[in-house]
Design a protein. Structure first.
Length: 309
């Protein structure tokens, strides 16, 4: 099993630092997965008695939110070094292409007459040759990549409604985006995502800090990249990337993306504040991105990389 990790403040390795910023997408041999998208809206327009307008329990929030959180599988082809029996004429180890699978989460954020739009993390869909989305009824459908924003770790997928069965269309819903700018430290939150690729799971905690600036590596010029997150002690695990962080009104106020991983650290997960990226998400859904069919050379300074456990 593989998990996506990135060192805190470093790009090419952990060195002697025991703490690393773990991007919460799980990677397995053979396939990859992504995330789900949510829709914008306001709780005040809702009068149906759901979690978004009634101030509900964790169970109520989970019941109303699971239909708009999806699992994403990303199948990619990556270069793997062979250490035995395969050498070129100069005696160097030869590399071969290996199919790998990773999993993540996503949020259904918009539904039109033709398609569902899903938002997730860029690192969930990175290098994908094939993307598929699993819905709350456990049915899986192929997804198409719209646009990506590596700097903000965002991507938008779409699934044709014509491809969905009547049962799946009846089971799913569209998320409501809340106001992450109005969050307060200590406020209770709920996280939902495809932890470890086992299927959707629910955790809860509080907002531990706001506007938490974390170094996520360096760019191609060697400059330190800083990102601002909501910090929470709700459990965020590999596979949760792209999943929803919800307030107690059942609104999406963050997109789960990373955690600090260390034997000395507990309960430090991070989510992208939704109010910071709604305009970007709307722009990404209008774009078209061609998924790569072969791997080619890897970026010499990738922002995201994987360690094997």
């Amino acid at each position: 099993m593989h998990y996506g990790k990135i060192s805190a403040g470093r790009r090419k390795g952990l060195g002697k630092c025991a703490v690393s910023l773990t991007l919460c997408a799980a990677l397995f041999a053979g396939t990859t997965a992504g995330a789900v998208n949510t829709t914008t809206g306001t709780a005040s327009s809702c009068t149906c008695g759901c979690a978004a307008c009634s101030g509900a329990s964790i169970s109520d929030i989970a019941e109303s939110s699971l239909p708009f959180v999806v699992s994403i599988t990303n199948i990619s082809v990556q270069e793997a070094q062979q250490y035995f029996d395969r050498f070129d004429r100069y005696g160097h180890n030869q590399n071969e292409l290996e199919e790998t699978t990773s999993v993540g989460s996503g949020i259904i954020f918009e539904q039109t007459d033709d398609v569902l739009y899903i938002v997730t993390n860029y690192h969930v869909v990175e290098d994908a040759t094939t993307l598929s989305v699993g819905f709350v009824d456990d049915e899986v459908y192929e997804a198409e990549l719209c646009g990506t924003d590596e700097d903000n770790d965002l991507a938008v997928l779409k699934v044709s409604l014509d491809d969905l069965s009547a049962d799946t269309r009846a089971a799913i819903s569209v998320a409501v985006f809340g106001d992450s700018d109005s969050l307060r430290v200590g406020e209770q939150v709920v996280a939902i995502g495809n932890a470890l690729g086992y299927g959707q799971s629910v955790t809860t905690g509080i907002v531990s800090a706001l506007n938490r600036s974390i170094s996520t590596g360096t760019d191609a010029q060697g400059n330190t990249v800083q990102s601002t997150y909501i910090q929470t002690d709700a459990a965020i695990n590999p596979g949760n990337s792209g999943g929803a962080l919800l307030n107690m009104d059942g609104e999406v106020i963050g997109i789960n993306t990373a955690k600090l991983a260390s034997t000395e650290v507990e309960g430090m997960g991070y989510a992208i504040p939704i109010s910071d990226v709604t305009d970007i998400i709307d722009e990404l859904k209008t774009q078209t991105t061609t998924q790569q069919k072969t791997t080619g050379q890897q970026d010499s300074t990738p922002m995201y990389y994987f360690f094997r456990f």
